[in-house]
Design a protein around this ligand. Structure first.
Ligand code: DGY
Length: 323
């Protein structure tokens, strides 16, 4: 039997690349450079499956290839707002993602960011490395207590739930939730959480707000200057979801004029470029999109793609079919 041809658009953990090669005719991206739109169009014409990830912008134009061969885009990652889902459907191309396996690690990183920004750990490390630490004193690098405070969670899917578990059971935080659909009160009770009808109701009550909703058109610019104005002036915003959810100019202004206490971002609208105003804000912690960056999560994401491919090429419905 002819083995399906499969292109990986970036380097993946070695164990997964090897495992994929046992079943598929695999082409690796040895240089690990992101594909251009032209590369992508060539790939769609050439391979049975393309395995993209968050750094690939897969627009309708990219997918509009005469005699396309690709039948599945098996995405490495849970978010797929970089793929034009409607265009893929029109061309009969299936899309899968990798949920579950990165939820804990992403929530761990959101907790890390929350603690970093509240406790000013970035300031502390920079001072130490610059050789500028003059020693302990009662007024030095005083931050904000996290334990027992109120955390607002926007988006109560798998990662939002893991965040609630950590914040409530680990740090005794009160949890408020905004979610597209009503959450079962019995489930909310596990975290002693309350669901708010709107962001407008939730934001003024929070000491911390953590974003866990999908990106894409639906949630683009959800955090506007009007909504930032609703936050307490000492509250913190954390984003490990997608950059486009936050209006970065509005956030930079809120940080510069101290209308909120601070922010911590793992994701940015024009990754890997950082909005120049954000780069000037001191009350901001930034990380380079590391939410799922553990060996365990990254390998599990790869094996989850493999499961999806196997389901698809064996003629079944892939377990993580999103469109
Ligand atoms: C995802 O999976 O969507 C993350 O952003 C990368 O792990």
């Amino acid at each position: 039997m002819v083995r399906p041809s499969v292109l990986l658009t970036r380097r993946w953990p070695g164990v997964v690349e090897q495992k994929l090669a046992e079943t598929y005719d695999v082409v690796l991206n040895q240089s690990d450079r992101p594909l251009t739109a032209t590369d992508f169009r060539e790939a769609i014409a050439k391979y049975d499956a393309v395995l993209p990830t968050v750094t690939d912008r897969i627009s309708a134009e990219v997918l509009d290839v005469p005699k396309a061969r690709t039948k599945i885009l098996a995405n490495y990652g849970v978010g797929y707002s970089h793929i034009d889902v409607g265009a893929a459907a029109r061309h009969g191309i299936a899309i899968t993602n990798t949920p579950d396996v990165l939820s804990e690690c992403t929530a761990d990183l959101a907790m890390t960011l929350m603690l970093m920004v509240a406790r000013r750990t970035g300031d502390g490390e920079r001072e130490l490395r610059a050789g500028a630490w003059s020693g302990w004193r009662p007024t030095h690098l005083v931050g904000t207590k996290v334990s027992g405070k109120t955390l607002g969670i926007v988006g109560f899917g798998r990662i939002g739930q893991k965040m609630a578990q950590r914040a409530h059971h680990g740090f005794g935080m009160d949890i408020l939730v905004v979610s597209r659909s009503p959450v079962d009160p019995a489930f909310l009770a596990q975290f002693n959480a309350r669901q708010c009808d709107t962001l407008e109701v939730m934001l003024p009550q929070c000491d911390f707000v953590s974003l866990h909703c999908p990106g894409g058109a639906e949630n683009r610019n959800m955090i506007t200057s009007a909504r930032l104005d609703l936050m307490k002036e000492d509250a913190f915003l954390i984003n490990t979801a997608r950059g486009e959810i936050v209006n970065e100019t509005a956030l930079a202004q809120a940080l510069m004029f101290d209308t909120i206490g601070g922010a911590a971002l793992d994701v940015f609208e024009a990754e890997p470029r950082i909005h120049p105003m954000l780069a000037q804000c001191d009350n901001l912690v930034m990380l380079p999109h590391m939410g799922s960056a553990t060996r365990e999560a990254r390998e599990a994401m790869g094996f989850r793609v493999l499961d999806n491919l196997n389901d698809f090429f064996q003629g079944g419905a892939p377990r993580d079919l999103v469109a």
